[in-house]
Write a protein that binds this ligand. Sequence first.
Ligand SMILES: [Zn+2]
Length: 487
Amino acid sequence: MKLFIAGLDTETNTFSPIQTGLEAFSENLIAYGDATERPLNCCSSQMFVWRNAARENGWAVIESLCAVAEPGGKTTRAVYESFRKTIVDDLKAAMPVDAVMLALHGACVADGYDDVEGDLLEHVRQVVGPDIPIAAELDLHCHLTDRMVANASMIAAYKEYPHTDIEIVAEQLFRLMERTLAGEVRPVMAVYDCRLVSTFHPHKAPLRGIVDRMKAIEGQDGVLSVSFGHGFPWGDVADVGAKMLVVTDNDPQMAARIAEKFGREIYDAREEMRHDYLTIDVALDQALAARSGPVVLADVSDNAGGGAPGDSTFILRRIIERGIEDVASCLYWDPIAVRMCREAGEGAKLDLRIGGKVGKASGDPLDLTVRVRRIASGITQRFGPTPLSIGDAVWVSAGNVDIVLNTLRTQTFHPECMTALGLDLATKKIVVVKSSNHFRAGFEPIASEILYVGAPGALQPRFDELPFTKLAKPYWPKVDHPLMDQG
Ligand SMILES: [Zn+2]
């Protein structure tokens, strides 16, 4: 057997001012055929699983491009087209292959391509023809388009958020590919559109129970795989929204039935899953009233992991204006401020303009007199088992407010992005992190309480107010009963 593998992973926030070009990929990962010989990157981990499993089977593995960028605005056309050409050319050179497995995101938008993954899968399908199985693993924050489903043979998305099961799903998908190649199963897919645009949290009820039941039927009675594509709300594309995907063994009617059953369950539970994001001042009041600290405040609107700039100042400004102390806040993507601190040196006191630099979603910059406490490079923070760089970093203090600035745009995953600089979080009343939910795995053990704040920003979470121009169907929470409204 000969298996062809490749990966392309970035999530596109079409409302973000950040351009995603070659530099954005370069500072994360561009590997031309050797991603699995380099250190583990969270987005190349599927390819490690597939390569190792294939080699254990004695299969030949042809590894093509693996390109990963921090989520941002649209990918530039030239970059996407060059990546696609690399993958397609490598595939043509590798033909004939027995199977293709692709590690994709599912919510990538490039200039001229609203459905990058659908376009890539279509190009791959054209090369291999109708009979060679193509598998794709997607982030659950995917748009899950008809074009993807039409051109892939089997698709599975992660089920957990934080995404702790990327490798588990990769392994399941490999076993499904193995059975397909052995002629034991013939995967067919069906999708159900839930007409919901929101974020969903599988760590709590009612979604936890639904996801557990999705898992329980996998491998039973001809059901091969069940995925809930949460959707990625900040993509202005026709296919934005939550979808249920079911893969069965050659039974499209059953796939459609089960997709509808689970999709309707999620639809029916929508009000229960509505999030209450606190305003900045209410969140600060609640944190100050807590008996013990630290209370972790999630600045979900400035999550670089969803394409936001990562330098917004809305929450920090209120903390300073209100004179709140014993606060730590991170990570502020501000290479200019980092450079000024580096020039000044550890221990220096200086007037520093922090954040608010990238665009309107960043708010206004904040002018503070700060003390440079620590300057460091080589600091990493764990995302699951993978240590990820935060670039160069500086810890500055404005009175009793500690702020971490860095040079590599990334969300806050783990306390070690602060503790590695020497910051002691146990003494803090409030810790502000720029992240939507991935911070939970790292911060839950140290937090007395976690509060989600709906500040302004590129990922503002009032989904009924998102300025969609391409979504033609009614959706919740814009309307209360979108399925009924459609008849
Ligand atoms: Zn995701």
